[in-house]
Design a protein around this ligand. Sequence first.
Ligand SMILES: Cc1cc2nc3c(=O)[nH]c(=O)nc-3n(C[C@H](O)[C@H](O)[C@H](O)COP(=O)(O)OP(=O)(O)OC[C@H]3O[C@@H](n4cnc5c(N)ncnc54)[C@H](O)[C@@H]3O)c2cc1C
Ligand SMILES: Cc1cc2nc3c(=O)[nH]c(=O)nc-3n(C[C@H](O)[C@H](O)[C@H](O)COP(=O)(O)O)c2cc1C
Length: 758
Amino acid sequence: MKIVCVGGGPAGLYFALLMKRADPAHDVRVIERYRPDDTFGWGVVFSDQTLQNLAAADPESHVEIRDAFEHWDDIEVHFRGQVVRSGGHGFCGIGRRRLLEILQRRCRALGVALEFEREVNDEADLGEVDLVVACDGIHSGLRRKYADVFKPEIEQRACRFIWLGTRKRFDAFTFLFAETAWGWFQVHAYQFDAETSTFIVETPEHVWRAAGLDAASPEESVRFCEGLFAEWLDGHALMRNERHPRGGQWITFQRVNNARWYHGNVVLMGDAAHTAHFSVGSGTKLAMEDAIGLAAALQQTTTVGDALRRYEDERRVEVLKIQNAARNSTEWFENVHRYVNLPPEQFAYSLLTRSQRLSHENLRVRDAAYVRGVEGWFAARAGEARPAVAPMFTPFTLRGLTLKNRVVVSPMAMYSAHEGVPGDFHLVHLGARAHGGAALVMTEMTCTSPDARITPACPGLWTDAQADAWRRICAYIHRESTAAIGVQLGHAGPKGSTQVGWAEIDAPLSEGNWPLLAPSAVAWSPRNATPREMTRADMERVRDDFVAATRRAAAAGFDWLELHAAHGYLLSAFLCPLTNRRADAWGGDVDGRCRFPLEVFEAMRAVWPADRPMSVRISAHDWALGGNTDADAVEIARRFKAAGCDLIDVSSGQTTQAARPVYGRMYQTPFADRIRNEVGIATMAVGAIFEPDHVNSIIAAGRADLCALARPHLADPFWTLHAAAQLGQDTHWPNQYLTGKAQLERNLRRGGPVETAG
Ligand SMILES: Cc1cc2nc3c(=O)[nH]c(=O)nc-3n(C[C@H](O)[C@H](O)[C@H](O)COP(=O)(O)OP(=O)(O)OC[C@H]3O[C@@H](n4cnc5c(N)ncnc54)[C@H](O)[C@@H]3O)c2cc1C
Ligand SMILES: Cc1cc2nc3c(=O)[nH]c(=O)nc-3n(C[C@H](O)[C@H](O)[C@H](O)COP(=O)(O)O)c2cc1C
């Protein structure tokens, strides 16, 4: 095969040598526009796992790379005069120039032709070749040439960074944070050879401009960084790469994706195909693993076309996983200002777990002493008297209510009430979950009037009979369990008068439909009735219904009250710009859209006992063009906080049929994190939180104060007690069930087959 790699970075060189290694008869050429040792940047890092992949692909270069490595285990976070160090992270650093030298030498030894100082902008200039690898980096010219096929998506991120070097040696992967009059700057620093460290300085674009760095020369920029980080440099200078055109410039990270990775015999590889923010240290790894992937695909298939298809299919999945983690990490560093009010211990933990891929238990495997320290620190702050309590089992107090742990049974419609009256099903369902260890059991959306219901089978609090039925349930839970019980009050608005969840969800009733209300006459879907735009009189009636239901809820004995303003129901429809099209005082900008929900909230708060907490559930993102985003959610949360709200329960979506949510583990938690740390209000995270490890990571990092789990509690009412047993955490079990606890704990300790008789 005749192969040309356009670009002599890690991707091109590694692919070339792998192909030549696989078959010396291949004619392989690498064409690089710069000289062999011109390179941008200083060091790169690999994880131990990446090294194993390189060992399997080409043992010869792996040995050289390994021997050139500086290896370290620890991460240090320097923040507000405190240093938090944790171990077991297993990284290696190597100079980029050194890496390229090793790969160039290995290419030459295998017979790859290396051609420098030649720029290729059109593969037609290369003559007859079987395969052209476009490994020409982040600004790939070949990608641009075939942009109509590759459809590159290039996202400009919010920070500026400058890639510098220093002779100061860091014995850990070091993160430094420095506050200036204009905002925060951070450094990612690590040693990559015996005498040099990489020193990347990063700050949001607006801070960079405010500091005047947009007008600074490269020398001035370096001096600025030296001054700012002088206390960590011990008199060492910062160095910029003068030989490279972009050395010493402040640049913006670009996230690159392509809809397709090949066209004819031209294939994208490395940064030309995709990028991952440097804070997850994966760009070179991905580039070299692409090379391994394509070389393997070419050996496993008979035609170049089949190989390219297989390469793209396999690599795309791997790349996406890293890019998802990198996105969270990028956003963390873009929003350092959000986290600077966290205590240093929690700030560092939040940084370590920022991608949501590295969890509490992963950290424990890496450094058990560090995690024990975090747990002890967190428990003491939470007022937990016992030592060594996992974050999820620490208490949490709001107003006069102390919850025994951080787990909440999320509100879940059960569609099992008659005339709005909860019955035996509700007693057993909610009672079982109260026995199951969660600190707070929430009712489903409970409606404030007959026409506020989602379905005819939804419960309510508009009659005394309903209040009496709820009183029985509250009394049971208070008498027989250590859980608290909360009620979620809501009005279905445009999503009312529909069938129960297991029939045709959101579809209108076959008969007996009632008229719908909404901020604007916008139907939920073409098959749902169009609601009537609410008049002021309607608003007053609905507000008063909420107040009456609140009084009944207080008298029934609920410990916690939540106002449902999410998921496209009435108050959510006011908040969402896609469903609130009013031109009067109750529509328009965020103040207008919040006006009615806030009026309802304030009226409820005024009659709800002062010692009992009140939360609001919102859809923090509409997942649709023109809808609310998490930035709007921050503004909404700010207003509810000012009105006396104690906690925002952060859900998302279900506000428009046009929504295209991006699901995944803990996918709504970043919104809870943002609201909590930007607004300074407690939050409850919800959505695809299903492992104790998720809860511990979220709580310890200060992303939320409580975690609500819905579906896991349908599958297992005892989710929390099982989690406690799994984590070896002693927690309260009902006396009646203590022998079950003993057996479960014994079985888990033994890790063997389950005991059948005790
Ligand atoms: C600040 C920073 C820190 C980073 N830190 C790390 C890290 O710690 N770990 C990590 O794994 N990755 C890191 N990366 C990412 C890493 O540098 C890239 O992901 C990696 O170099 C990609 O390899 P590549 O071969 O695809 O592209 P490149 O290394 O960019 O190589 C492309 C080559 O193509 C050449 N070229 C371009 N156009 C032409 C043309 N028309 N004709 C001929 N030649 C051409 C270029 O000169 C260049 O040499 C970092 C990146 C940055 C910016
Ligand atoms: C059967 C069912 C009914 C639900 N009913 C409600 C409800 O009444 N009020 C509400 O705010 N959310 C409701 N939800 C949403 C959940 O509270 C929760 O936000 C969502 O299921 C995501 O959490 P999970 O991934 O733990 O299931 C319901 C979810 C389910 C599965």
